[in-house]
Design a protein around this ligand. Structure first.
Ligand code: ADP
Ligand code: MG
Length: 285
């Protein structure tokens, strides 16, 4: 497998000593590891058997290519790739704080101010990616992590797309929950869609979830859930401020051409509320 057991009984991968499992997704397992040269902790995303399915090497190569283009405070950074005969491993910044959703309170939500704090970081990361021609296309809580200092890190560009690289249909129509997926994806009629607007929609769902503690579009019946998403029909809880409601109506707009983009979110009063010019400047860098 390329990993070797050392005399001490620990598992080594090159100069990295593997530790416990941090998480797993549909495509990979992610392990804690220690860089024996620097002593630093990292995360290693291991793709099992990349040659098992014919599309895997292409997908992994695409994810790597996207990560290499991105250097942002709120995007998980790729340090290097370790390829062995049968496996590929990404050495990533460790997001030691775990998943963003771990910060919600007993009722499953956070204050509007705290939701704004993380939403700002998310939108700034997404805005940066879009400016670099990259769309994430899988923004949802499992892919939003925190580093050791509590800063948000966008992870998992496994479904990412580079603008102009040719359209490929999304896998998430068939796997997982559609709760974060934009209506133009679900309707399947549009092979032509703007992936940047798809990211914006997902950011809106994340914001709603953080501040409400439940999904904006949900139903025991999947058909009804789809109907609500197509119609962009959601109700804000009583405690949402008028400015937050206004922003959500613009972001969770079912018509992608009428939906806000990252720049118009950044210009919205709710987004800027309470931030100094200096703070805004730092986020926008
Ligand atoms: P997949 O492409 O299979 O969904 P992800 O990249 O989303 O894989 O990683 C799966 C899970 O592993 C994440 O949901 C998260 O819990 C954890 N994880 C991923 N990257 C890191 C990281 N850099 N630091 C800490 N945990 C991580
Ligand atoms: Mg994932």
């Amino acid at each position: 497998t390329g990993a070797v057991a050392s005399a001490a009984g620990t598992v080594l991968l090159g100069r990295y000593e593997l530790g416990g499992l941090l998480g797993r997704g549909a495509s990979a397992k992610v392990y804690l590891a220690r860089d024996l040269r620097t002593g630093r902790s990292v995360a290693i995303k291991s793709f099992p058997n990349p040659r098992a399915a014919s599309d895997r090497p292409v997908a992994i190569e695409r994810e790597a290519g996207i990560l290499r283009r991105l250097r942002h405070r709120h995007v998980v950074r790729l340090h290097e790739i370790l390829a062995t005969r049968t496996k590929v491993h990404f050495v990533l910044d460790l997001a030691a704080g775990g998943e963003l959703l771990s910060l919600v309170d007993a009722s499953g939500r956070m204050t509007e101010d705290l939701a704004r704090h993380y939403f700002r970081q998310l939108v700034c990361a997404v805005r940066y990616c879009h400016a670099r021609g990259v769309c994430h296309r899988d923004i949802k809580p499992e892919n939003l992590l925190l580093d050791g200092a509590g800063a948000l890190k966008v992870a998992d560009f496994g479904l990412g797309a580079v603008a102009g690289a040719g359209g490929d249909l999304l896998r998430h129509t068939t796997c997982g929950t559609p709760a974060y997926v934009a209506p133009e994806i679900l309707s399947r009629k549009g092979y032509e869609y703007d992936p940047a607007k798809v990211d914006i929609w997902s950011c809106g769902v994340v914001l709603f979830v953080l501040a409400a503690g439940y999904l904006p579009f949900n139903d025991a019946s999947l058909v009804n859930m789809y109907r609500k998403i197509y119609a962009g029909r959601f109700r804000c809880p009583a405690w949402f401020s008028p400015a937050l409601r206004d922003l959500l109506r613009r972001v969770l707009h079912p018509d992608p051409s009428a939906r806000a983009d990252a720049d118009s979110i950044v210009a919205h009063p709710w987004f800027r509320h309470g931030a100094s010019d200096e703070e805004m400047g730092r986020l926008m860098h």
